[in-house]
Ligand binder design. Sequence first.
Ligand code: SR1
Length: 325
Amino acid sequence: AAGIAGAPTPFDKGGVKLALISYISAGDFFQAYQAGAQAQAKALGVDLRIFPGRQDAAEQREQILQAINLGVHGIVIDHGLPESLGDVVQQALDKGIKIVAFDVNLNNPKIPQVEQSDHKLAELSLDQAIKDNGKSFKAGYAYVAGFAPLDRRNEIWDKVKAANSGIVEKARFGAVSDTTATATADQAKAVFRANPDISVVFAPYDEFARGVKLAAADLGISTHLKIYSADISTADIQEIVEDGSPWVATAATNPAVVGAVSIRAAALQIAGETVPHQIIVDPVLVTQKQLRDANVKTIEDLAKNIPSFSTSSAVTASWIPSAAF
Ligand code: SR1
């Protein structure tokens, strides 16, 4: 690819290669994240190789070694298990390859960490749950430990329960796989059958929320339930606004923006510029009422309604062209 006139080396000459190595690729969030990364890479004239994630730690390690052998200038690591990545990531750093981590704590001062402010995201969603339902309700909670964003959101859930003795977690469930929504739906059905008094579900991952919604529809209990989630996509918006939907609020960033930010963080490092260790993309609260009132049907409609949703000033530079998504 051609270089960018006036950009620092090597971007002025072109030929920069990056790898995006994901732990999970299935689902709207990860597809949009990858699309945003690809759009920013294209704007930078960078050759981006995306390695698919199949929740396989051994495969992700292997992909990092492959990227090193391809001679990439930088690698973005998107989710994963920190304990299985440390040594291969160190091999890449030792070869001068710049690394960026999104949602996986690689615990290395040389590696910038991108995240969505998961604490704020959980707070926005749970504040809305309390606004709608008061400080006393029986809750279901979808959570799988070991994923950095879910663990950070869980810290807020623990805080909210500790501060509100009337909020009782009756059951915890959830699965992360290629089929997260349907696997979570199966578990949610068993939970709802055993705990008919659950009126609120905190499901801070859109695939979890879809699973919970599916379970509620199958059991015919949608009208007795309210779901509060994280993330948003066009498909999620359709599920949230449909008649009788129990999915009433979500807190989210635009995942395409997070993907673009991750690529910019790699590009700035390759150009020898300083990048903050922690790079945060702030989420916004989106309620069912807001979407219905503004007749929002797609992510593009949402971006028009909430301009901050589709931009981030994180890790930019005058020589980095904006990504088109
Ligand atoms: C299994 S982790 C899923 C989360 O990763 C990203 O942070 C998304 O927000 C999603 O909720």
